[in-house]
Write a protein that binds this ligand. Structure first.
Ligand code: DMJ
Length: 593
């Protein structure tokens, strides 16, 4: 494994970008120019001593109470922002103790899985066993989802054993139905990222084998891939549960993976398949810019269904931005689609809570009255899944919403467009809201949070805060909404926000979450388990360790505490399962606009 491939090339890491950025308002530079002016005016010793005395007195006063001058001073010095106020990036050096604590946690998870269930798709840490997604046998779901985290963490021995398993045991010739989206983001994405970080041909060969088995799922009249695919029969399978409809997030979250594979292999078929999906979505887009969560693979149209940033909607928005980033900001069509979607989200889905004015996202649920008239009900419900969106908005603000590239760290207001500023602010606020949902008995956030609205009938109830877990009642079984299943979305946003601001508070938040996971999800005999009710102590566990703990949650936490030259955001884009793939200069242009 070459560390060089993980770190920013040519030595110009985000750290130096940050330094470069800061120089726009760098106090050191400013002091130098002030000093030069003072001395260039005259050579007299008296003048020199008077200036020195005044400066020293002034300096002492300011040292004691910087607030007396800092506003006027920084304006006088020509700074756009207050250089004396936090957040001040302290450099992006690793916090070694915390970083290594996260690495130990990963080892605790991986070694238990390896001991009890190596090669099985999923792991159950309490019963110490593995299960597969289908009766047909495993496809390396957990192994592949974890490999790039080992590479990033420098876990060489674990990595070598995992690679050996991929080489000798992994088999996609399984006669069972696998979810097209999950198989792509976890397994294809994991293989591609392992290749990107090692340049080991084994991973591309495996990726090609898998992608060729998934491709037939795209063979529908509108080109929208079916929900499942039989990997051995190479056949798309439509979803019986959803009347053959496909989920918007699922069909629009395959693009980074297939496009990168096409770039590597020069096989245009992969690129064409996923681009056609985007062309169909663009053609069908609703006039208000919103996207409902189901589409029809027969005619390529959106189907009347909920509109939200949570399940079945989430990564549609994520990949609009990331497709623009993956193609090195050269494809205006993805930027247009992203901007159109963001305007719609701000206009219709962003809400403020009743009492403390927390920013959150609502859902629009269609309702049909007796006359067949449709109206939309704004529901104050936010999935934990939505917590990716704060970081995503901030990333969008500094790229799609930026006037200069790269922007400073943190960006200066003048560097952002009007919509960039809007997205940056709302992104920061959404992260704060997600952190508020960690104010539970365990410090873990629930799967779904509801926010108080005047019509909720809870006036005078014991719910004193702005948000609550619906259906939770003392002495009653915990509702589904109360679970924490080791999800990554909040720490994903914290990682991005830290890289874009250098604000130490994001590391503090991440450390709090990590400690809550350690305290309540860690199984002493090995592994981590989901918690059934985040608001009840002692916790009750569900015997399952989701694969995204090792692919996403622990990776983002590790990178939050790692120095910022590792997987720099200027060179990589993370797929929705946190597998980094390189930003590419595309060899072709989008065939639609
Ligand atoms: C992951 O599999 C992916 O992030 C996906 O986009 C939705 N969420 C889960 C983890 O919560």
């Amino acid at each position: 494994m070459s560390e060089g491939s993980l770190r920013k090339r040519n030595g110009a890491g985000t750290k130096s970008d940050a330094t470069k950025g800061k120089s726009a308002g760098n106090p050191t530079d400013a002091k130098q120019s002030v000093g030069q002016e003072a001395t260039s005016g005259g050579s007299s010793t008296i003048v020199y001593f008077v200036v020195l005395l005044v400066s020293a007195t002034f300096g002492a006063l300011v040292y004691k109470d910087p607030s007396i001058v800092k506003g006027p001073l920084y304006e006088f010095l020509g700074f756009e922002e207050d250089p004396f106020s936090p957040p001040t990036p302290q450099g992006f050096a690793a916090d070694l103790l915390k970083r290594d604590a996260v690495r130990d946690a990963f080892k605790h998870a991986w070694l238990a899985y390896e001991r009890d269930a190596m090669g099985w798709d999923e792991y159950h840490p309490i019963s110490h066993k593995g299960t597969n997604l289908t009766e047909a046998g495993g496809i390396g779901y957990t192994v592949i989802d974890s490999i790039d985290t080992m590479l990033i963490m420098g876990l060489d021995e674990e990595y070598q054993r995992a690679r050996k398993w991929v080489e000798e045991k992994m088999d996609f010739d399984r006669d069972g139905n696998f979810n097209t989206f999950e198989t792509t983001i976890r397994v294809l994405g994991g293989l591609l990222s392992a290749y990107a970080l090692t340049k080991d041909k084994l991973y591309v060969d495996k990726a090609v084998d898998l992608a060729d088995r998934i491709l037939p799922a795209f063979d529908t009249p509108a080109g929208l891939p079916l929900s499942s695919v039989n990997l051995a029969q190479r056949k798309g399978i439509s979803s019986a549960d959803n009347n053959g409809l496909v989920s918007t997030a699922e069909i629009s979250t395959l693009q980074l993976e297939f496009r990168y594979l096409s770039y590597l292999t020069e096989n245009e078929e992969y690129w064409d398949a996923v681009e056609k999906v985007m062309a169909t979505i663009k053609k069908s887009s609703l006039t208000n810019g919103l996207a409902s969560i189901f589409m029809n693979p027969e005619d390529g149209r959106f189907v009347l269904s909920a509109i939200r940033l949570g399940s079945r909607g989430d990564s549609y928005y994520e990949y609009l931005l990331k497709q623009y980033l993956q193609t090195n900001m050269t494809e205006p069509v993805y930027q247009d689609m992203y901007n159109f979607a963001m305007d719609a989200v701000h206009a219709h889905l962003i809400s403020k809570s009743q009492f403390t004015k927390m920013t959150y996202t609502s859902e629009l649920v269609p309702e049909r009255d007796r006359m067949g008239q449709i109206s939309w009900r704004l529901t104050p419900k936010q999935d934990h899944l939505v917590c990716f969106f704060g970081g995503s908005l901030m990333l969008g603000a500094t790229t799609s919403g930026a006037q200069v590239h790269p922007v400073s760290v943190p960006p200066l207001p003048k560097e952002l467009t009007k919509t960039g500023k809007r997205d940056w602010e709302v992104g920061e606020e959404l992260i704060e809201t997600c952190m508020r949902t960690h104010e539970t008995a365990t410090g873990l956030s629930p799967e779904i949070a509801h926010f108080r609205i005047p019509s909720d009938g809870l006036v005078g109830s014991s719910i004193s805060q702005d948000w609550y877990i619906k259906g939770a009642a003392l002495g009653q079984p915990a509702p589904y909404d109360a679970r924490y299943i080791l999800r990554p979305e909040t720490v994903e946003s914290l990682f991005i926000a830290y890289r874009l601001t250098g604000d130490a508070k994001y590391r503090r938040y991440g450390w709090d979450i990590f400690q809550a996971i350690e305290k309540h999800c860690r199984i002493e005999t090995g592994g981590y388990a989901s918690v059934i009710n985040v608001d009840a102590l002692p916790v009750e566990h569900e015997d399952k360790m989701e694969t995204f703990l090792m692919s996403e949650t622990l990776k983002y936490l590790y990178l939050l505490f790692e120095d910022d030259s590792v997987i720099p955001l200027s060179e990589y884009v993370f797929n929705t399962e946190a597998h980094p793939v390189p930003i590419i200069n595309p060899h072709r242009r989008a065939s639609f606009s």
